[in-house]
Design a protein around this ligand. Structure first.
Ligand code: SF4
Length: 449
């Protein structure tokens, strides 16, 4: 017997049946490329929205969240980025990223892993009626085992063992004459294996056309740089809600700066100088954090003039500060560097303090640095392991959580850009401390938070 179409009546489906169809059709194997008009804005914004979703899934998986927790966290994210209800956007964004991520072996592997995780999340949330519709829509059928042959009844399928390798490896099914009996509850892993195989082949095919399509000047920039796209929303980066002063910087470095900026700040205070890339990385961060140009000049001058004259500072460094604020040269309003750039750009050499410590420091140096910030024991081990496994930005998020207890529980706190942009880290930390202060000021006298 073959499992095939779900029964349909000719009359209009009930609301419940419509819901089943809608949910089932929200899960796609992306077997047919869309053929439709797309504006350049849509091309880019769809890709970025899907990228945010895939990076979030990667993040949760690396941090060991269980399948149910990943689903709970991802549902609102999928909705927010229009990939829950907008089928067109879901399909188009998949195809845009499929092409962009076909460029190299590493990118193909990354895309395949995250798309398979997203597909799994959606597939496993289908009810059995919805799964039946999905199988029918995708023309997937399995040989059904007669009920009388199954102890305890229920629906089971006979599947070639080569299609059930994950289940065989986990010893969840027994092989007999080259086939395995798979209960309906475990059929997902076979469908996911098919999804992975099909997507892997499609990525290999797309890679052959990548160069030709990316030669189109309208698409070149996005297709070549999409994997580097800084997906941190602008509102999470530039802090226009407050101005800070030079006098506050020591305290802010201790409470709210991410490790990269903390390192640069401490080096400047200790050595009274920073080499070029350190000045640029830290200076742009301070600007976006709300430090006015006059205050940055005051701060840099106070430090640099401990090892040089005021005249020398004015001649060699004051211009650089004004330049970062768009007051010299081409008068460009320079934006602060995001984590991707800081991590991927060149490593700091001897006596330099730019870069990302999670990427650029060895394990012992990073452990010593974390220890000076009172991050020790299992939390330090977790952060060090994340950094050793090249998950630098997630190590930074874990650091944020350790330095800001219960931040994840604070509904109003936007942690979206933490680990993606140093200024998003700073902004989230400032909001956290403001909320903590407001909460403690509302406590009755004698109570402590
Ligand atoms: Fe700085 Fe980003 Fe590295 Fe965190 S992950 S330390 S914010 S560069």
């Amino acid at each position: 017997m073959q499992v095939n179409a779900t029964s349909r009546s000719s009359s209009r489906p009930s609301l419940a049946a419509e819901q089943v169809l809608k949910r089932a059709r929200g899960v796609s194997m992306y077997a047919t490329a869309p053929r439709e008009e797309l504006t350049l804005e849509e091309f880019e914004s769809f890709a970025v929205d899907r990228l945010i979703v895939l990076r979030m899934i990667e993040n949760l998986r690396i941090r060991g969240f269980k399948a149910r927790e990943v689903e709970q966290q991802m549902r609102p994210v999928l909705k927010k980025h229009g990939l829950e209800d907008d089928r067109r956007k879901d399909i188009v964004s998949h195809y845009v990223l499929r092409l962009a991520y076909s460029k190299t072996e590493d990118l193909r592997r990354w895309f395949l892993a995250q798309e398979a995780a997203l597909f799994r999340l959606r597939l496993e949330s289908l009810s059995s009626a919805e799964l039946e519709v999905f199988l029918h829509d995708h023309d997937i059928s399995f040989e059904e085992v007669p009920k009388e042959n199954i102890a305890g009844g229920g629906v089971s399928y006979l599947v070639p063992f080569t299609q059930a390798l994950e289940l065989v490896a986990k010893r969840q099914v027994a092989v007999e004459k080259g086939k395995v009996v798979v209960p309906q509850s475990k059929i997902h892993s076979i469908i996911i294996a098919r999804f992975r195989t099909a997507l892997s082949k499609s990525l290999a095919t797309a890679s052959q056309f990548f160069a030709d399509i990316a030669a189109d000047p309208r698409l070149a920039s996005l297709l070549r740089n999409v994997d580097r796209h800084d997906v941190t929303p602008e509102k999470n980066v530039v802090d226009d809600s407050e101005q800070i002063t030079a006098d506050q910087l020591d305290a802010l470095a201790a409470t709210s700066m991410p490790l990269c900026m903390r390192v640069a700040h401490d080096a400047l205070r200790r050595e009274h100088k920073l080499k070029h890339w350190g000045r640029v990385q830290y200076g742009l961060f301070l600007k976006a954090a709300g430090l006015p140009m006059e205050e940055q000049l005051k701060f840099f001058e106070a430090e640099f003039t401990k090892v040089m004259t005021h005249e020398q500072f004015n001649k060699e460094h004051a211009y650089g500060v004004r330049h970062r604020y768009g007051k010299e040269g081409k008068r460009t309003d320079y934006t602060p560097y995001g984590c991707f750039k800081i991590i991927m750009d060149f490593a700091p050499g001897p006596g330099e303090f730019h870069g990302c410590p999670y990427k650029h420091y060895g394990k012992d140096r990073l452990a010593a640095l974390l220890s000076t910030l009172s991050i020790r024991g299992p939390t330090a081990t977790e952060i060090l392991d994340l950094a050793s496994n090249h998950n630098y930005q997630i190590a930074c998020q874990r650091h944020f959580e350790a330095a800001h207890p219960d931040a994840l529980e604070q509904q109003d706190l936007s942690l979206a850009g933490v680990g993606n942009h140093p200024n998003a880290y700073f902004k989230a930390s400032r909001a956290y401390h403001r909320a903590a202060k407001a909460a403690s000021s509302t406590l009755p006298p004698g109570a402590s938070s």
